[in-house]
Design a binder for this molecule. Structure first.
Ligand SMILES: Cc1ncc(COP(=O)(O)O)c(C=O)c1O
Length: 431
């Protein structure tokens, strides 16, 4: 399986956006995150165009920057006219340093610190998405002390089952994120917010989960959330003017995944949105979403160098690479599946049922099990596809391994956007 923008060249090497991955590995070293800039920009344009054609002028899609956060990605999002969602002071700091407009930033998180809340108010982020009653109270106090009025949203658990992995399912009542609808918590929060003088409730938000392939759970969530807006309108005579449906559209990791095209996912959502507003007889709120994985996931490929092939007769064959759970923890964390290729050759004897192992001191440091690989040899470049989302952003220095560089490729050209860490970087905070 090859994802968008990848092809095999005449020399048998894997190419991304007309860049030979074996040459990229030579030039920049491995492990290396390679991001297809054209695909990222194209995905943003598709979201933006759909919004322009289908929702009010105040509506816009936000990129969920937890998927991949670095200065360059915020610059790209700014150029493409996207909003962004951030979940920590660190993401906010990075976005602001990239010159991203604060008013198009939505600040999330189930336990923002006071320092983060102050920072968000100071820099004037567009919306702070409040997670719980304690946070609401603390935020109102801080805003009052800072003499500010803060535009807020509420994170709501709409009670929708998103048919995805337990660790990335978040819309049900047993989730650490947000206010539940079914036990009256969400309504209670609205009542409280309306009584506070330093917060203005603008938005209701939900995020039902990630790596979702059906449109139904999204449409169901739209109905539930608009129903809530209508209920609040009739009970409190207060109109919430924004609906944010979060992220969640899936990406293709292996042949088993069949993600929808962006427009095919959004079309039924838009239809349900318009129909439900008219059925409930409420003015259409402005509409927002927060895709992360579907913008950057398939844009990313990680390149490694194979160090050794260890055959344990009658047991299994390990192919060890120069990275692992320190640059991609998703297999160790939740057995996330990937497609793995020998980027150095497209022909040769296929070695069956191999395990790709990392270099960390953990037996669970694997990238894939039970895969076929064309003649893996020491020095070959190994490519793991669809690593643009939740890879670099989850990377660590476990075993004091250096975090890889990120290179963006576009029309046959490459450029470094995040430098490889150095040993000196590792000592930066040591005293
Ligand atoms: C609040 C919120 N919005 C958006 C996203 C992005 O989701 P995805 O990358 O699946 O589009 C997440 C993911 O965890 C999230 O928690």
């Amino acid at each position: 399986m090859l994802t968008k923008g990848l092809n095999i060249g005449e020399n048998g090497h894997l190419f991304i956006e007309n860049c030979d991955t074996v040459e990229l590995a030579k030039e920049y070293g491995t492990p290396l995150y390679v991001m297809n800039e054209s695909l990222i920009r194209d995905n943003c344009k598709r979201y933006k165009n759909f919004f322009a054609d289908n929702f009010s002028s105040l509506s816009f899609p936000c990129y969920a920057s937890k998927a991949l956060s670095c200065l360059e990605i915020y610059r790209i999002m700014k150029e493409e006219g996207m909003g962004v969602d951030v979940v920590s002071g660190g993401e906010l700091y990075t976005a602001l340093n990239a010159g991203f407009p604060a008013e198009k930033i939505f600040f999330h998180g189930n336990n923002k610190t006071e320092q983060e809340l102050r920072m968000a108010i100071k820099y004037g982020v567009g919306r702070i998405i409040v997670d719980n009653l304690t946070e609401l109270e603390v935020l109102n106090d801080i805003a009052s002390e800072m003499n500010a009025n803060v535009n807020i949203g509420f994170r709501i658990k709409p009670g929708i089952d998103a048919h995805t992995h337990d660790y990335i399912r978040t819309g049900q009542i047993d989730s650490k994120f947000g206010f539940a609808l079914e036990n009256g918590e969400a309504k209670e929060a609205v009542k409280k917010a309306l009584g506070y003088s330093n917060v203005s409730l603008c938005q209701v938000h939900c995020h039902i989960g990630s790596q979702i392939f059906d449109t139904e759970p999204f449409s169901d969530a739209v109905k539930v959330m608009l129903g809530f807006i209508a209920e609040i309108n009739s009970e409190f005579d207060f109109l919430i003017k924004e609906l944010n449906l979060g992220g969640g559209l899936g990406a293709k990791y292996t042949d088993a995944d069949s993600p929808l095209e962006i427009e095919d996912y959004l079309a039924p959502v838009a239809k349900t949105f318009h129909e439900t507003c008219s059925k409930l007889n409420i003015p259409e709120p402005s509409f927002h979403i927060e895709p992360g994985r579907s913008i950057v996931g398939e844009s990313g490929t990680t390149l490694y160098t194979i160090g050794n092939v260890k055959e344990i007769k009658g047991v299994r064959t390990y192919v060890s690479v120069d990275g692992g759970m320190c640059d991609n923890i998703r297999y160790a964390l939740y057995k996330a599946e990937y497609t793995v290729l020998n980027a150095s050759k497209s022909q040769g004897e296929v070695l069956k049922n191999v395990t790709i192992a990392g270099k960390c001191c953990e037996s669970g440091d694997l990238l894939k099990e039970g895969t076929d690989l064309i003649e893996p040899k020491r020095g070959d470049v190994l490519a793991v596809l669809t690593t643009g989302a939740y890879n670099y952003s989850m990377a660590s220095n476990y075993n004091r391994i250096l975090r890889p560089a990120i290179v963006m490729v576009k029309n046959g050209r490459s450029r470094v956007v995040v430098q490889r860490e150095s040993y000196a970087d590792l000592l930066n905070n040591d005293i």
